[in-house]
Design a protein around this ligand. Structure first.
Ligand SMILES: *Cc1c(COP(=O)(O)O)cnc(C)c1O
Length: 340
């Protein structure tokens, strides 16, 4: 049995999801005539209490469209140094929007209102870029799936608003945070100007992300999506998978979190593990002792069917998801017993 812990993007659509895709009516979404995409966008808008939503091929695209809509060339985007928008979107902030970035050193990917306030430039100082947008990530991927305290989000939003900055969230794994913290989508809809969510991570759809905001913003975003080459045509089958995921695969995320907690407990017992980043959701990051042969461990585990990889010379990551079942966690425990 293969136990694939590389990412929560390795899931396969379930039979019920495939049935929903098979039955989905389709039309041309560039004409806004795809009933399944329209239904998905309406469902998500209601869920978050936003006026409108836009279905896009990826979370990189929803984030990049948001940054483009919120900024003018030269404007500054404020985010944590570990952010996906900065680390893993190919320099898109610069190439797609011509914007500059102010990186903050947060705690496991999370920044605070005072950190944000300290770096907002005086708009009358003509030497400085105009601070224009604050972007948070929840859960924070490189923070090991860490979650914000909701009150910290409110405080950051207050600072952003006081200074006339927009407030966007990269919520690729927002539902993991909602389930872990007992929060609601409506709270996030109220706190942020714009929201990006991924259907293809923990929710288990094959593809797709949604960008949410007010009607004026989404109208602009729809234009930018076309410019970026993301205007899809008869893509309703993909949207049907996403709608199925939103309707069926949110509450079950607590199972993924319990599995990640179990893996954390196993790894803490290992003499070669220096520490495990506290597990809050579905991502486990372990730091190994410096003399440990991490590449050797990983290839030996891979040979036994346990797939994961190193994210630095001393760190590895394991991610749980809806295709990781309890029997796999038990098997993983047995396999790990073969190592100190
Ligand atoms: C996966 C991810 C995205 C979007 O990735 P795509 O592969 O482009 O869909 C954005 N932000 C975070 C934090 C992610 O983990």
């Amino acid at each position: 049995m293969t136990i694939d812990l590389r990412s929560d993007t390795v899931t396969k659509p379930s039979k019920d999801m495939l049935d929903a895709m098979h039955q989905a009516p389709v039309g041309d979404d560039v004409f806004q005539e795809d009933p399944s995409i329209n239904a998905l966008e309406a469902f998500a808008s209601t869920m978050f209490g936003k006026e409108n939503a836009l279905f896009c091929p990826s979370g990189t695209m929803t984030n990049q469209i948001a940054i483009r809509c919120h900024t003018q060339p030269g404007d500054e985007v404020i985010c944590d140094e570990l952010s996906h928008i900065y680390q893993y979107e190919g320099g898109g902030i610069a190439s797609n929007s011509g914007a500059s970035v102010k990186l903050l050193q947060g705690d496991r990917g999370r920044i605070t209102a005072s950190m944000v306030e300290a770096v907002i430039h005086n708009p009358d100082d003509i030497h400085k870029p105009l601070s224009r947008l604050v972007v948070l990530e929840n859960t924070a991927n490189r923070g090991g799936g860490s979650c914000y305290a909701f009150n910290d989000i409110i405080e950051i939003g207050t600072v952003a608003r006081q200074h006339g900055l927009s407030f966007h969230i990269d919520g690729a794994r927002l539902f993991n945070a909602l389930v872990a913290k007992g929060e609601t989508a409506l709270q996030y809809g109220e706190a942020f100007d714009t929201i990006s969510i991924c259907l293809s991570k923990g929710l288990g759809a094959p593809v797709g992300s949604l960008l949410l905001g007010d009607a004026h913003f989404i109208k602009k975003a729809r234009r930018i999506r076309k410019v970026f080459g993301g205007g899809m045509r008869q893509a309703g089958s993909l949207a049907a998978a996403g709608l199925y995921a939103l309707q069926h695969n949110i509450e079950r995320l607590d199972t993924d979190h319990a599995h990640a907690k179990a893996i954390e407990a196993m790894l803490k017992e290992k003499s070669f593990v220096k520490e495990v980043v506290p597990v809050e959701t579905n991502i486990v990051i372990a730091e190994c002792k410096p003399d440990f042969n991490l590449p050797g461990f990983i290839s030996s585990m891979n040979d036994k069917g346990v797939l994961f990889f190193a994210i630095s010379p001393t760190r590895f990551r394991m991610v749980t998801h809806l295709d990781i079942h309890a029997d796999m966690i038990n098997q993983l425990e047995d396999i790990l017993k073969q190592y100190n």
